[in-house]
Design a protein around this ligand. Sequence first.
Ligand code: SAH
Length: 424
Amino acid sequence: MNVYDSELVARILDNKDISPTDSAEAADYIFINTCSVRDKAELKVLNRLKHLEALKKKNTSLVIGVIGCMAQNLKEEILENKPFVNFVLGPDSYGKLSALLDAEKPWEVKEVHTDLSKYETYDYIYPLRNGGNSAMIAIMRGCDKMCTFCIVPFTRGRERSKSAESVVNEIKQAVAEGFREVTLLGQNVNSYDDGDLKFPDLMERVAQIKGVKRIRFTSPHPQDASDELIEVMLKYDNICNHIHLPLQSGSDSMLERMNRNYTKEEFISLAEKFKKRIPGIAISTDIIVGFCGETEEEFSDTLDVVRRVKFDSAFMFKYSERPHTAAFKRMPDDVPEELKGERLTRLIELQKINALEINKKLVGKTLEVQIEKISKKSDDHYIGRTDSNKLVVLPKNGKVPGDFLKALITEAAGITLFGEPVSL
Ligand code: SAH
C-alpha cells in the first residue's frame, strides 16, 4: 500500500517537474513515506530523520516531508521536536501537496495535514510507477475491522472504495504502459463496495480486461473470504493461485481478545476449503506472537494451526503495542520480550520446515514464471515468480524482466525454487 501511495506522491511531484535522484545529498525535496503498523517501522523512520536533520543544516533550502501513517500518529512529536520537517501529510492528505509546493519558499513553510477523510480514494491521480512487475492498485482505503492490536483504523481511517470504473481505467492504462500483472490492494479487499458491485464482481471485471495476464490481491480478511471469491478465482485463469489469509493467532481465546471474528476450527476449515476447491493454491499468512496475555497453551494452538494448514509462506511478528488501539488502552503488553523472541523463533522454525516440504513437492514440475530481475547472488541468473507467488532462480536465456517462460523446477531450498527454462 505504501509503494502505491509513494507512486501517487511521485506523480504529484512529477506534475511540478520535480524528478527523482538517487542521492539524498543532491535532493531539493525529500519525502519519507512511513508505516506505523509496528514500532520497529517507526523507529527506523525516527533514525532516518536524524540523518535528514543533518542534511538540512548543510542545505537550508532542502524541503523535508513526512507522509503516511506515522504523520498521522506522530504529528505532535514532529511539530514540537522536529522543526526541520516542513510538511506532515497523513494518508488522506496527499492531495494538499500540490498547493504546498507552490509556496515561494517551501523550505520555510511548516504545514501539518492529518485529517482523515471518509471519501478520499485518489481516483484523480494516476500513479507514477517506477518499474516493477506488478502494477499496484489500491481499490479501497482504510479499515473498519477494529482488530484490537492494529493501528490501521486510526492512521488510515474508515473504509472506502474506489469506483470500479476508475479501477478498470487505471488498469487499462497500466496495461497500455506494458504491465501484464496487477495487484489489487486494500487493508481488507473483500470489504470492497461499489454499490451493487462487491469484490468478486470487481475481480471479474478486472479479469476480463484485455492484456491482464496475472491478477494478485491482498489482503482478504478470513471472515469475508467467500464462496463467490472462490468461484471467480476458479473461473479466470489470470487470477493467481494464491491467497493471503492472515491467521494472527490459532487460539480461540486469543482470537477473541484480538477481535478477529473467527475460531481456530473455522480458519482451518476455510483454508481446507480453498485448498480443496482450488487445486495447487498457495496460502500465505500473517501471525503475531506474544499478544497480550498469550499463554504457552494459546501459543501452542497457533503452532497447531501452522502444522495442520501448512502455509506456503508466512510473515511472523512479535506483538508491539500501538497507541490508540483497544489493546493499548485495555490490555497489558505482558509477555516478556525474551519469551516473544523465543516463540517467534519456534514458529519460524516450524514454518521453514513446512515451506520446504511444500516446495520440494514442486521439484520435477513445469511452472510458468514471470522474470522479475537479476538475481542478487549471480549476474547470470534471473529471479522470477510463479503464479502461486513463489520465487524461482533460473539462468538467463535471452529473456528480459517482464517476460513469461516455462521452467522445470530442479531444486527447492527454503522458500526459493531453482529452475531451468524449458521449451515446449
Ligand atoms: N489489513 C492488513 C494488515 C496490514 S498489517 C492485512 O490484512 O494484510 C500486516 C500485519 O502486521 C498484520 O496482519 C499483523 O499480523 C501485523 N500487525 C499488525 N499490528 C501489529 C502489532 N501491533 N504488533 C505486531 N504485528 C502487528
